[in-house]
Write a protein that binds this ligand. Structure first.
Ligand SMILES: *Cc1c(COP(=O)(O)O)cnc(C)c1O
Length: 341
């Protein structure tokens, strides 16, 4: 899940250089790496402000807090509901579990934070019907559902949802924790859909393996959170941010084209491959549904030196974005053999 794999040299140098300067400050102060990273994130996305935290769940917590405060101030306190999708995954804190649209994650941890409702993916009419009655502050989506089975949402659904949200003054939050930072062949996955979210949350690939979450706030909500509303002791840690800056600077158009080319290779190799039912996903976030149980395929691949994981009944691939094509192809060949056995 790290953007440039294990012990990437440029990232290492950035981290080590920052460690030699200052490793932490009180959150009363800005540091140079977090200011530079926030600036670059805004330049690359058109968002206005950034709040740094330590994880994906926390980046969503900040998104939820910003949405609720904005709605209370602009629509009325009763507009507190957050709509998310069935099969979504938004984290493991008590509130982001409530946001997660999968019952089996909820069972042992009741009661969860109230005010979250779920609507099926790719059903615009169902979304509009729910949004019309539930007094929503925001709708939160992953453009490609990761834990939910590597399912890319349909273009028309995402565009229709974004249009409806804009018209009805409902904030659009895109959870880019897994899909972000080049993973889908665009810097952020929403860019593949031509929509403009009000809030973007991200983490995973951003820190290069060190803990870092970011919540990007657009025009509508840029001034919503004020001093004392939200905070984090280690969020925006300068060592994490220095490493992240060295990653974000390299997520350029050439690399994105390379990600898309490697994605195409994978799709071609697994469409109609023996023992494979389907291939899904976007960019280098790929789900392969084998005829055999996915777990069995993953274990056999590990024996043969290929590390992959599962998502529901699929084998999930999230290689480093800069994986050499030859290495990737070799890994895909092994996976294809295991599926066909
Ligand atoms: C992993 C993930 C999270 C949670 O991130 P953590 O860093 O584990 O808290 C949230 N949303 C999505 C879409 C994820 O894939």
């Amino acid at each position: 899940m790290t953007s440039f794999g294990v012990a990437d040299e440029i990232w290492q140098q950035a981290v080590i250089a920052q460690l030699g300067k200052v490793q932490h400050t009180s959150n009363l102060y800005y540091t140079s790496p977090d200011a530079q990273l926030a600036k670059l994130l805004c330049e690359k996305t058109g968002m206005k402000k950034v709040f740094f935290s330590n994880s994906g769940a926390e980046s969503n917590e900040c998104a939820i807090k910003a949405a609720r405060k904005w709605a209370a101030e602009n629509k009325g306190a009763e507009y507190s509901t957050i709509i998310t999708l069935v099969n979504s995954f938004h984290g493991r804190t008590v509130s982001t579990l409530a946001a997660t649209g999968q019952d089996h994650f909820h069972q042992l941890f009741q009661p969860l934070t109230p005010g979250f409702v779920h609507t099926p993916a790719n059903d615009l009419a169902a979304f509009e019907a729910l949004a019309g009655t539930c007094k929503p502050a925001a709708v939160m989506i992953e453009c490609v559902q990761g834990e939910g089975g590597v399912m890319a949402l349909e273009q028309d659904f995402v565009r229709g949802l974004a249009e409806y949200a804009k018209k009805e003054n409902i904030l659009l939050i895109v959870d880019e924790v897994q899909t972000g930072n080049g993973r889908t062949g665009a810097l952020y996955s929403y860019m593949n859909y031509g929509v403009q979210p009000d809030i973007v949350s991200t983490a995973k690939g951003l820190g290069g393996g060190l803990p870092l979450g970011a919540t990007l706030l657009g025009e509508k909500v840029e001034n919503t959170l004020g001093p004392g509303d939200h905070g984090s002791t280690f969020g925006g840690n300068p060592v994490c941010c220095a490493g992240a800056l060295s990653i974000l600077e390299r997520l350029n158009d050439d690399l994105m084209a390379d990600v898309r080319a490697k994605s195409k290779l994978a799709f071609e190799m697994f469409q109609n491959a023996p023992g494979v039912e389907s291939v899904s996903g976007m960019g280098l976030m790929i789900g392969i549904k084998p005829v055999k149980p996915a777990r069995e395929v993953v274990l056999k691949c590990i024996e043969r030196g290929v590390l992959c994981l599962t998502a529901k009944n699929k084998v999930r691939l999230l290689p480093a974005l800069n994986i050499p094509t030859e290495t990737f192809q070799k890994a895909l060949e092994i996976l294809r053999e295991v599926c066909a056995e």
